[in-house]
Design a protein around this ligand. Structure first.
Ligand code: ADP
Length: 427
């Protein structure tokens, strides 16, 4: 049997998942532990216990003795304050929380550059400034940084993807002066590394958790970037559409794009950028219009070869973020045919139009031209919808290697940051 050489760990909002790969990138095992039952999801100690359980479960199945790289992804925007010994001070500041004090995001808005992901009412930088006021704080870390720190026994590192939302510059790998001006002292900030870069060997806690002495912890990434890498997308122009509750498109681009009105930021992956946006349309709209029980039967009746000619923009309520940014944008679901099968197909055609317009918008803003699409999420299994989308979008649709973010994280460590920087193969 091939040895397990790369371990990837996904720290999510509801649990931990871990994957081990062999040297060729094949997935040997994936397992996970939910936070529920262990304690509160915002307690950093619960993340650590869930990870310890997960590593025990992996070791019950195969040896971790040959693991060389350990790489983590975490929830983008979830933050931890730590003391001089690396212990978490109080609960984490969760990704969906808002700064308690409006003055902090207001100050950031006044000094951060227009394209910065650290701006806005939900600014993680604003929450970091507030966390830094807790007594005894010596550093502010992201979720993945803290667990990686415990595995290493050092809490001095983050990665360019996680650091983006607290103001880290993905090109210079530095904290700009305006981050200190916003109220976050440079002494509290970890060094920024490229995602996948080797940081250093596992320490006492990592060894106690079952990792071998030769294992090296690598700089991690966010959950979204790890999910993208898990699919196997790795060339400029490769894209992933997520058809979950919302419709999200992500494209690997040679060009950086920052368009906050569309929620578009550039995550650095290898020598490239991951750009994308999220529409309010998607699976939640399907559930709202048709109900979960009818989706399978309606899907069986799709006729992708017979377009309905309906020109819908499917939303449950007014407001869209991407590919148009307009809080007052109106749904368009008229006229409604008598036949629900035709209505369903019209709604999916409308979503295919939104997806195609989304990719066109990224290209208009300067991104690398689309060359392939992989699909993940609940809608990916709908063959009729896939046919409608493929006809509309017009580039090859490719299978996803995995939908597990932990597999993407493991990949990042295996290739030491060269994931998504592999030389372009001929088309
Ligand atoms: P999330 O993790 O974002 O909640 P999932 O990836 O689990 O979403 O996908 C759930 C979505 O998949 C639901 O919103 C549902 O509308 C959609 N879905 C399920 N079955 C089908 C189908 N046959 N055709 C289209 N969409 C489907």
């Amino acid at each position: 049997d091939a040895a397990a050489v790369a371990l990837g760990i996904d720290l999510g909002t509801s649990g931990v998942r871990a994957a081990v790969l062999d040297g060729a990138g094949n997935v040997l095992a994936v397992t996970g532990t939910r936070f529920a039952g262990l304690g509160a999801a915002d307690a950093p100690s619960v993340w650590w216990r869930a990870l310890a359980h997960t590593l025990d479960a992996l070791q019950a199945r195969l040896s971790l003795g040959d693991v060389r790289s350990v790489t983590l992804d975490g929830t983008s925007g979830t933050l931890v304050a730590i003391d001089a010994a690396g212990a978490a001070i109080g609960p984490a500041s969760m990704y969906h929380a808002r700064a308690a004090d409006d003055a902090v995001p207001a100050r950031i808005a006044a000094i951060a550059p227009p394209g910065s992901a650290a701006r806005g009412v939900g600014s993680p930088l604003a929450r970091a400034v507030e966390l830094a006021r807790r007594p005894g704080v010596r550093a502010i870390l992201h979720q993945a940084d803290w667990i990686a720190g415990r595995l290493r026994g050092r809490f001095d590192a983050t990665d360019a993807n996680n650091a983006l939302k607290t103001g880290g510059d993905p090109d210079t790998l530095a904290w700009p002066d305006w981050v200190a001006e916003a109220g976050l002292a440079p002494a509290l900030l970890p060094a920024i590394h490229l995602p996948g870069a080797a940081l250093g060997p596992v320490g006492a806690e990592g060894l106690a958790a079952g990792l071998p002495p030769g294992a090296v912890v690598h700089a991690g990434t966010t959950d979204g970037c790890a999910s993208f890498l898990a699919t196997g997308a790795d060339r400029a122009g490769d894209a992933v559409t997520a058809l979950g509750s919302t419709l999200v498109v992500k494209l690997l681009s040679d060009v950086r794009i920052d368009a906050p009105p569309y929620g578009i930021y550039s995550h650095r992956i290898g020598g490239r950028y991951l750009v994308g946006g999220a529409s309010n349309s998607g699976g939640a709209v399907l559930l709202g219009l048709f109900g979960v029980d009818r989706l399978a039967a309606l899907t069986a009746g799709l006729r992708p070869d017979m377009p309905t000619g309906l020109d819908y923009y499917p939303l449950l309520r007014a407001g869209e973020r991407f590919p148009v940014s307009d809080p007052a944008f109106q749904p368009r679901l008229e006229p409604r045919p008598a036949d629900d099968g035709v209505f369903f197909q019209g709604v999916l055609e409308g979503m295919a139009m939104i997806e195609a317009t989304g990719y066109a918008r990224l290209e208009q803003l300067g991104a690398t031209a689309l060359r392939s699409v992989r699909t993940v999420g609940g809608g990916a299994a709908n063959a009729g919808w896939t046919a409608l989308r493929q006809a509309r979008i017009g580039v090859p649709f490719l299978p996803s290697r995995s939908e597990d973010a932990c597999v993407g994280a493991a990949f990042l460590g295996l290739y030491g940051g060269a994931a998504a920087r592999l030389p372009d193969q001929a088309a």
